[in-house]
Design a protein around this ligand. Sequence first.
Ligand SMILES: [Zn+2]
Length: 683
Amino acid sequence: MMNNPLLDFADLPLFDRIQPEHVAPAVDVLLAGAEEALQTVTAPDFPADWIEISKVLDVASERFSRAWGAVGHLNAVADTPALRAAYNEAMPRVTEFWTRLGSDERLYAKYKAIDTGRLNPEQRQAHKNAVRNFVLGGAELQGEAKQRFAVIQERQAELSQKFSENALDATDAFAYYAQPDELEGVPQDVIGAARAAAEAEGKPGYKLTLKMPCYLPVMQFARSSALRERLYRAYVTRASELGDPAFDNTALINEILALRQEEARLLGYPNFGELSVVPKMADSADQVTRFLRDLAVKAGPYGARDLADLRSFASEHLGLRDPQPWDWSYIGEKLKEARYAFSEQEVKQYFTAPKVMAGLFKIVETLFEVSIRRDSAPVWHPTVEFYRIERGGAKVGQFYLDPSARAGKRGGAWMDDVRARWLRPDDGVLQTPVAQLVCNFAAGVDGKPPLLTHDDVTTLFHEFGHGLHHMLTQVNERDVSGISGVEWDAVELPSQFMENFCWEWDVLRHMTAHVDTGEPLPRALFDKMTAAKNFQSGLQTLRQIEFSLFDMLLHTSYDAANAQSGDVLALLAQVRAEVAVMPSPPFSRTPNTFSHIFSGGYAAGYYSYKWAEVLSADAYAAFEESVGADGEPNIETGRKYRQAILEAGGSRPAMESFKAFRGREPQLDALLRHQGMAEPQPA
Ligand SMILES: [Zn+2]
């Protein structure tokens, strides 16, 4: 047991030594330790004192979550059947403990008894969050209400699971075996995959499905309008009464909404929308709907112009005088090709991985007054790099960078924390933060460095922004340091903020070198990229607003308990009439697959995407306003941003941090300007 690397907390995780057989014994030990700590601090004679509780409970739970975090991380980046089995086997025990901890009434009572007058501001914020989470978890309810709350939670979990299964099954159930002459215009790789899929089933033709890698390119590129219509109709009626009744989500939607309404009322809120914003940055559901409506009014004319562009292009160049719903993606792609002829392939040649990394580090070092150096740590794969961030010669944080795609590694990109900055209550040692930055870039070929698409570069900057939020924090209280305790609708501020640099000419020309010639990105190509970036941004914005407003109204003004079948669609129609410009067919049943809000944790929270975009754009505008004549960003602005936003982490409300940086509340202007929706107003 002494040799179990998961039980070594001396410093960094021993990623090179952790084996599947270590998982179960480590969970046994750590779970027992956390359990004992919970019993200790909730004993009647244990003092209701923040530090005393933290010394016992937080120290034990920290070990547990760090070890489990290491296992989860390996499961994501170095998956093997044995590790997956060990992970899945331990998972229910781990989840059960955290759920129980979060609803332990004795612990809640102990927290409530703490004299907050003696806490420092960071501790007070952490304490406030802890108590709030208990209350929202039903800790204040008594008797029948408490029982009913538990029943509602359980039923909601079942319904959201069923909703997502239906959406998935309805998607999977569709297949159309196309003939070769129907596939004109569809990219060769999609055709190849469709042929292989049919062959695998011993069928002739080409198997087309509603999964994104097939559906999207068919809608964008297939010349056959009939083929597009066939797939479109199937797609927008998935999991509805217009498809297989076995997968119909209609009744589930009404039950989910009614239960959420009931849950909100049990907790003393008029509706689920108001309950949902309690732990968020937004003050009220009403503030959110006003924000969305304001944005809709501003984006409206640009959306209308985008639609007019599509109509006139379709009529003049494609012979489509009366475009149907299944034509828009196709028209959009054709117009995009005509306007901004350049390829992702051409752009890629300029973004070599080492040059991009050096460019990213340079910006961070200059702007935030730190230096980034190579460091060493046990890693899970030889291509993983490890760095330390220093200020004034002192270590402030460290991070792993796992850049390349490989077998056994989950797709996508993400940032995760290994440990948070924390002034440990037990030994008084200041623990420095450590982050994981994981990407999936294609490997280099023929001995050349890896080439990144511009999307890859933006993703890298995005994740690095989350990483900086985690690593540059100066907060000493674990649960509000870095990204911990930051409101859900504000947490994307630092990440989206960093993306802006990927659209700066002065940044890009120093961050690019053609893989063969070493030449920086040509200005003409950059201009085309920028123009294409905002292609149809008006329509896209209106679409996001439509989803967000529909989501919030469903959870505020919609009376689910007394609703008739079809009322959800009537509400959607009303929202569309208010904010949309693109026509939608009467048979469309998009709410039936709106998994974000019915099974994905975004209920009354879909607006967060736009909300955080406003914050990040407005924060970035401070840098645009203060940029020097040489194109170099202003150090003072960088320092202010670092101190107000990054260093403060979750230790105070995000609005306070934003105001400390910007000197005022957020405004929409910068976002509209960045997305090409500022002056001159289209007619
Ligand atoms: Zn993010």
